[in-house]
Ligand binder design. Structure first.
Ligand SMILES: Cc1cc2nc3c(=O)[nH]c(=O)nc-3n(C[C@H](O)[C@H](O)[C@H](O)COP(=O)(O)OP(=O)(O)OC[C@H]3O[C@@H](n4cnc5c(N)ncnc54)[C@H](O)[C@@H]3O)c2cc1C
Length: 272
């Protein structure tokens, strides 16, 4: 196994351009879980954790929040300014694992891992975040909303690194996040949802109900038209065209559909 430890982003990008492409590792809290099952002989890792500069910075301006790729959950929890400006980020961060994971795990790693159960991705997507990708060929920005193309499949090219996540600052009329798991803490999401209503409209983003974290566009358009719901079943019917939950070791498709529509019904009755 080979581990590259670049000290500059420039060096890291040059290493990403090599063949075979190394696997980027930030906090390692996803990658190292399956460590014992990985064949190590041909493994090449690119350790991003020593990179400072823009990758480690979190910048809040009047218009935008930019999270450098090494921003951890704890960085957000520990910043009163960021927590006030984007409360759902702090709320989701507090529900990721426990403090050990919150201080190592990065928002970019949560996006990069591509799990449908990721808890950071729904709040970022509900806030309309953009992913900044960089390679030796240059930089490009991709809406997080369009980042996933299938289960653990993304538009990121092999030589690209996520260098930042940008979130626009907007006036919001409603915002909330709900994570449902088997326990109150240290739990993998059975079903979750982040909802934001801002000047660009409603965004309803659910996790653990499709091959990747997804927007519920039919429900969003019903909300946009001002529809009021009389029962959770009404929401469940609309969601049938938005989500595709499965039965697995953590839950059943029926449970996920039922709980998601109930959470949405009671929360929307409160806030819509
Ligand atoms: C005990 C435990 C509890 C957990 N609880 C939760 C939870 O409650 N909710 C939750 O969502 N997750 C949870 N996780 C998963 C994990 O902590 C998060 O997904 C975390 O955000 C991953 O970040 P990382 O920096 O550790 O990623 P890493 O493990 O370093 O990387 C994850 C993936 O992203 C890629 N990657 C990382 N950085 C970049 C980059 N800059 N550019 C391109 N690709 C990149 C890596 O190649 C890899 O494929 C838990 C994990 C553990 C071990």
């Amino acid at each position: 196994m080979q581990v590259h430890r670049p000290y500059t982003l420039h060096d890291a990008l040059a290493l990403m351009a090599a063949t075979p492409t190394p696997t980027p590792i930030a906090g390692g809290t996803d990658l190292l879980v399956s460590w014992h099952h990985k064949p190590k002989e041909k493994l090449a890792l690119l350790d991003l954790s020593q990179l400072g500069g823009e990758l480690a910075a979190m910048r809040l301006t009047a218009d935008t929040l930019e999270l450098g790729a090494l921003t951890t959950y704890w960085d957000v929890i520990a910043s009163p300014e960021v927590s006030r400006a984007f409360p759902l980020l702090a709320e989701a961060a507090r529900q990721v694992g426990a403090m050990q994971i919150q201080t190592r795990g990065t928002w970019a790693g949560n996006i990069g891992n591509g799990s449908p159960a990721a808890d950071g991705v729904p709040v970022l997507m509900a806030y309309d975040a953009t992913v900044v990708l960089q390679s030796t060929r240059g930089r490009r920005e991709v809406q997080l909303d369009g980042y996933y193309t299938g289960y653990k499949k993304t538009v990121r090219l092999p030589d690209e690194l996520i260098v930042a996540i940008q979130i626009p600052r907007r006036t919001r009329k409603a915002e909330w996040f709900e994570k449902v798991g088997a326990r109150a803490a240290q739990t993998i999401t059975k079903v979750g949802v982040a909802v934001v209503n801002d000047e660009k409209g409603w965004r309803v983003v659910a996790n653990s109900v499709a091959p990747y974290v997804c927007r519920c566009r039919n429900l969003e358009s019903a909300l946009q038209k001002g529809q009021k719901f009389k029962s959770p079943e009404e929401i469940r019917d609309i969601l049938k065209n938005d989500i595709a939950p499965i039965n697995d070791m953590r839950s059943t498709a029926a449970y996920r559909e039922t709980v998601l529509s109930r959470v949405l019904f009671y929360r929307l009755a409160d806030k819509a």
